[in-house]
Design a protein around this ligand. Structure first.
Ligand SMILES: [Zn+2]
Length: 73
């Protein structure tokens, strides 16, 4: 059984101060230590950056070009 939780993440660019609310969901699998978080909807001005590996956290690319990890819920 896996549990899917959906929540909102406030994204705040540390470089230019642009903010927005992303819709995210996390899947908690009993055999995994950490839940897998995926960003389902990215606010205007942000986009999803390509993750380095499949295991890494999703990263957000701001309109100013700054790339960072979204805050954890
Ligand atoms: Zn920015």
């Amino acid at each position: 059984m896996e549990t899917v939780k959906t929540f909102l993440i406030e994204i705040d660019c540390p470089s230019c101060g642009h903010t927005g609310t992303a819709h995210a969901s996390s899947r908690e699998l009993p055999l995994k230590e950490a839940p897998t978080v995926s960003l389902d909807q990215i606010p205007h001005g942000f986009s999803l950056a390509q993750a380095a590996t499949a295991q890494s956290e999703p990263r957000v690319l701001c309109q100013c070009g700054h790339q960072f990890e979204p805050p954890h819920h």
